[in-house]
Design a protein around this ligand. Structure first.
Ligand code: NDP
Length: 418
C-alpha cells in the first residue's frame, strides 16, 4: 500500500515517522513538500528504522497540475494532506482527477480573507450559519457527490481536535448512551516550552483561530461570543488546575450535524496569561493581520512576518515539559437514566520527544493522521464520499490509538463544566 504525504512541518514529521515505522501498514511512502530539504532530512533520519521504502519530492500543493503529475508518477492509494488548510481544496481536486483517496487534519481556510470573490461567499455564509469564523465545512462538504460518484473516500479532520474528539463522541454514542445531550470538548496543554510566547502548531493558523470570536452550538443554533469572553477553570488529570477559554472550533459544526439529539456542544482550550497578553498586544498593533502592507518597497503580510520571528513549532520538542490532556465530557441518557462520562488522553511532551523528536501537540495530531490514513487505505474506514470522523465505526480507531501511542481513559461521573 503506497501513501503520498504532503507537508513536512511539525505535524507531518510525526505522521511520517509513525507511517514509516508501523509494521505491515505501508509498503512505500512519498514525502512531498514545498521545501524538499526538510523531506530529505527526515528520510535520512528514518533510513535505519523505516519498515517501508521512502522517496521525497518537491511540490507546490496549490498547483493542481503539479499535484496530479506527482500523484500519477507514484500511484498511491491515498494522499495524506498534512500541509496547511489553505491547500485542502487543491489537493482534493487533484485526488479526484487522479482517482485516489484523500485525508486531512484541518478544514479549508482561505489564506487571503480580502479576496473579493471569496469574501462574497463568506458574507453570505455568515448570515446563513451564524458564526463568523473564516473556516467552515461547506467548502469541503460540497465535494461529497463528486467523491461519491468517483468511488473515492475523503476523510476530513483526522487530528486530535478535530479528529480523535469526534471518534470519542462516536464511541460514547455507540457504547455508553442512547442519547448524548451535551458535549464539552476540553483541550488542555499543561506543557511549558520556556519561551514568553510561542505557538505549538503553525502560528498563522493558531493565532487566527484563538483571536477570533468564540461560539458554541445550543438548541439548534450558534451563539457567538467575543474572543476569549467565556472562561472556566478545570482540574485536569495529570496536569492540575488550568484556565480554559471557549473557542469556535470546526468539529462543533460536524458534530451538530451528525450526533442526533445533541442539545449543546462547546469547545474549551487552556491558555496561560503570558500567551494571552502577547496575543492581545500583537493583535492591537496589527501583527495578526493577513492583509498585505507595503514596507520599504515590498509587500509583506504582517502575520507571515510574525511567523518568521517566532520559534518554529517543530523545534519546541526538546524544551517542552509537562503533559496534555484532551478529551470530551458527555451528559445524556442511557436506559432512561441520566449519565455523565469523560473520555480523554494524557500525553507527555518529553516522552513524545524521546520517541519522535517532537512535542505533544504535533504528536497528538500526527498519530491520528497516520491512523486515519491507515484505516482509509486498509478499507476499515472507507466509503465513497466526504466524511468526518464521527461518521465511521469508532472501534478500530480507538484500538489503533491504544496501539500507536495515544491510550485513552473512560471516567464515569466526572466533574462537569458549568
Ligand atoms: P507547519 O507550518 O509546521 O507545516 C506546514 C507544512 O506544509 C510545511 O512543511 C510547509 O512547507 C508545507 N506547505 C505549506 N504550503 C505548502 C504548499 N503550497 N505546497 C507544499 N507544501 C506546503 O504546520 P503544522 O505542522 O503545525 O500544521 C499542519 C496541519 O495540521 C495544519 O493544517 C494545521 O491546521 C493542522 N493541525 C491540526 C490539529 C488537529 O488536532 N486536528 C492540531 C494542530 C495542527 P515549508 O516547510 O516550506 O514551510
Amino acid at each position: 500500500m503506497k501513501l503520498l504525504i504532503i507537508g513536512c512541518g511539525g505535524v507531518a514529521q510525526v505522521a511520517i515517522q509513525k507511517c514509516a515505522r508501523a509494521d505491515g501498514v505501508f509498503t512505500e511512502i512519498l514525502i512531498a513538500s514545498r521545501t524538499k530539504s526538510k523531506c530529505d532530512a527526515l528520510a535520512d533520519k528514518l533510513k535505519n528504522t523505516a519498515k517501508c521504502k521512502i522517496q521525497t519530492a518537491k511540490v507546490d500543493a496549490e498547483n493542481v497540475e503539479e499535484l496530479c503529475a506527482l500523484i500519477n508518477s507514484f500511484s498511491p492509494a491515498a494522499v495524506l494532506n498534512v500541509a496547511l488548510p489553505y491547500q485542502d481544496l487543491t489537493i482534493m481536486e487533484a485526488c479526484l482527477k487522479c482517482g485516489v483517496h484523500y485525508i486531512d487534519t484541518a478544514n479549508y481556510e482561505n489564506e487571503n480573507t480580502d479576496d473579493p470573490e471569496w469574501r462574497a461567499i463568506y458574507e453570505k455564509r455568515v448570515k446563513e450559519k451564524g458564526f463568523t469564523a473564516y473556516f467552515d465545512y461547506s467548502w469541503q462538504w460540497a465535494y461529497h457527490e463528486k467523491f461519491k460518484k468517483a468511488g473515492l473516500c475523503a476523510l476530513l479532520g483526522t487530528g486530535f481536535d478535530p479528529g480523535v474528539t469526534q471518534v470519542f463522541c462516536a464511541y460514547a454514542q455507540k457504547h455508553y448512551f442512547d442519547t448524548i445531550e451535551t458535549i464539552d470538548i476540553l483541550d488542555c496543554n499543561g506543557g511549558d516550552h520556556g519561551y514568553a510566547f510561542a505557538t505549538n502548531f503553525n502560528p498563522e493558523i493558531n493565532l487566527r483561530e484563538v483571536s477570533a470570536n468564540g461560539s458554541y452550538w445550543e438548541n439548534g443554533k450558534w451563539i457567538e461570543t467575543k474572543p476569549l469572553e467565556i472562561k472556566r477553570v478545570y482540574n485536569f488529570d495529570g496536569v492540575g488546575d488550568k484556565d480554559m477559554y471557549l473557542l469556535h472550533h470546526e468539529e462543533i459544526e460536524s458534530l451538530a450535524k451528525n450526533i442526533k439529539g445533541v442539545k449543546r456542544i462547546r469547545f474549551f482550550m487552556t491558555f496561560g496569561q503570558s500567551y494571552i497578553q502577547h496575543m492581545n498586544c500583537l493583535q492591537n498593533v496589527g501583527m495578526l493581520s493577513t492583509t498585505p502592507i507595503e514596507f520599504e518597497g515590498k509587500q509583506i503580510v504582517p502575520i507571515q512576518f510574525l511567523k518568521a520571528l517566532l520559534p518554529d513549532p517543530a523545534t519546541l520538542g526538546a524544551r517542552t515539559k509537562g503533559k496534555t490532556n484532551i478529551g470530551c465530557i458527555f451528559t445524556g441518557l442511557k436506559d432512561g437514566k441520566k449519565k455523565t462520562l469523560y473520555i480523554y488522553n494524557i500525553c507527555d511532551h518529553q516522552q513524545c520527544y524521546e520517541e519522535v523528536g517532537s512535542q505533544a501537540i504535533s504528536y497528538t495530531t500526527g498519530v491520528p493522521a497516520m491512523i486515519g490514513a491507515m484505516l482509509v487505505c486498509n478499507g476499515k474506514w472507507n466509503k465513497a464520499g466526504v466524511y468526518n470522523c464521527e461518521e465511521f465505526d469508532p472501534d478500530p480507531y480507538m484500538d489503533a490509538l491504544n496501539k500507536y501511542g495515544l491510550p485513552w481513559v473512560v471516567e464515569e461521573n466526572p466533574v462537569l463544566v458549568d
